[in-house]
Write a protein that binds this ligand. Sequence first.
Ligand code: SF4
Ligand code: SF4
Ligand code: SF4
Length: 264
Amino acid sequence: MNASTIKPRVAVHKFSSCDGCQLALLNLGEDLLTLAERVELVHFAEAGPLNPDTDVDIAFVEGSVSTPEDLERIQHIRAHSRMLIAIGACATSGGIQGLRNNADGAQWIAQIYSHPEAIASLQHSTPIARHVKVDFELWGCPVNSRQMLAVVNALLLGVAPRDNADKVCTECKRHGYPCVMVTRGIPCMGPVTRAGCGALCPGLGRDCYGCYGPAENANTDALAAQFAHLGLTPPAVAQRFQSINSQAPVFLAAAGKAQAIRDE
Ligand code: SF4
Ligand code: SF4
Ligand code: SF4
């Protein structure tokens, strides 16, 4: 085969997750068909191809590391992938399942399952980058299809994908959406949350709850003060940071500060 006709080999792997970020890839629709002409999709269980152990050029990884099996498998995938892209809040911050990191997970399992010994679960749910080198992180719960396509296109062109770590507020302004915090006094996480969704929630007249994780230079102290000014109690302020990306260090610290005020 002529070298110019060799297509990059791509795999999509699932760890501890809900599959929603893989759906973002499937939701590309016609673009996915076009993409399939430019890459060789060698492993994507949700779409059909199964070959999890093969060498690939690009591995997309959805989900957090939260079981002993995850721990082993991520090392194997890293060793067999030229580029590894973590997609979604689970893979970049530990996800909603990371809420158990501050609790007694074993106690929860004992309360829920009749045979807790059958559950193999680590005490903590952790992001992929905690365990192996990650070449690029795409945040969001879920990531959106447009972002996925942009990343794949950049990689196929051999350039670094664009990392938009600006705040949701910038997208809100760009779209001309009225600010729900200023006009209606609704506490909104947009000032500290990473852009990428197109300010989806404010565009529908509701607050951002931070699903894209922390933006760069996120001033969580100022936002926590604003939340308090709007009438939120310290536990309620902490809760705003303890959502889908609760284990992202910036949000974890902000929640800790609010809890410390409550405990004073
Ligand atoms: S980031 Fe959200 S949508 Fe994506 S796999 Fe995790 S829970 Fe599902
Ligand atoms: S609605 Fe939220 S995201 Fe939009 S400008 Fe106001 S604070 Fe920022
Ligand atoms: S506005 Fe906030 S919560 Fe809504 S999709 Fe965007 S980042 Fe997620």
